[in-house]
Design a protein around this ligand. Structure first.
Ligand code: HEC
Ligand code: HEC
Length: 178
């Protein structure tokens, strides 16, 4: 935010009218307004970080392989830090300052998934059309997961009957309502 000197005509006016306390209804709201501003700034900053990370992914991480290699991974901060360091050793060009932002983004979008029989199906099949955010956030009952999986088949997801059953159990157990 740019800080400027108050223009002269306003300065004189303040002196002419003695400073008064803000009316009560404004005073009580001030902390709330401040909190909302801080939140808005935080959201703007995280959106900027996401843009920056996506630029790094597009510019630096695709020069040797496509993003599919990343989409089929589910790692925590330690795992992603190690992978990014390995990629830099292999020759990935990425500014040092951009590394933590990229790692945060990778953890948020390609973070760990619970172990279990359906994990590799989720990573290999469910990432073909969209990221896993909708799965992580979309807690459902077993009946609702079944319905969602049927609609994914309609969208074109390739699942054998066996994979369908396995991933259904996995999602119901780990991304259920309770
Ligand atoms: C200079 C070439 C190069 C660049 C640039 C590069 N990679 Fe890689 N990456 C590789 C190679 C080669 C492999 C395969 C390694 C293997 O199979 O042993 C790989 C494999 C991977 C894997 C699979 C897991 C693994 O450890 O084998 C992931 C995930 C990955 N890269 C992420 C990234 C990310 C994130 C970036 C951007 C920061 C990136 N790569 C940039 C060369 C590169
Ligand atoms: C062939 C592409 C494709 C594949 C593969 C796929 N999806 Fe989807 N998925 C979609 C599309 C398209 C939508 C958006 C549908 C909509 O918004 O109506 C979607 C939406 C979703 C949603 C949100 C649905 C909602 O009602 O909000 C979930 C959850 C989901 N998919 C889970 C999965 C799971 C789990 C898998 C792996 C078994 C999977 N998807 C594989 C295409 C796919």
């Amino acid at each position: 935010m740019m800080r400027t000197r108050t223009p002269a005509h306003l300065r004189t006016r303040t002196t002419a009218h003695p400073r008064t306390r803000a009316p009560a209804h404004l005073r009580t709201r001030a902390p709330l307004i401040a909190a909302v501003c801080v939140l808005a700034l935080a959201i703007a900053a995280s959106a900027q970080d996401a843009d920056k990370a996506e630029r790094t992914l597009n510019n630096s991480c695709q020069s040797c392989h496509d993003l599919r290699r990343i989409q089929v991974q589910a790692m925590d901060e330690g795992g992603w830090t190690k992978t990014v360091t390995t990629m830099i050793d292999k020759g990935a060009k990425i500014a040092k300052d951009d590394v933590p932002v990229l790692v945060d983004y990778l953890v948020e979008n390609h973070g760990p998934l619970p172990d279990g029989a359906g994990k590799s199906i989720v990573l290999n099949t469910c990432t073909q059309c969209h990221d896993l955010k909708r799965i992580r956030l979309g807690r459902r009952s077993p009946e609702e997961w079944e319905e969602t999986l049927f609609s994914m088949l309609n969208e074109g997801a390739q699942l054998t009957d066996e994979e369908f059953a396995t991933v259904h159990v996995y999602l119901s157990r780990h991304f259920g309502i309770n």
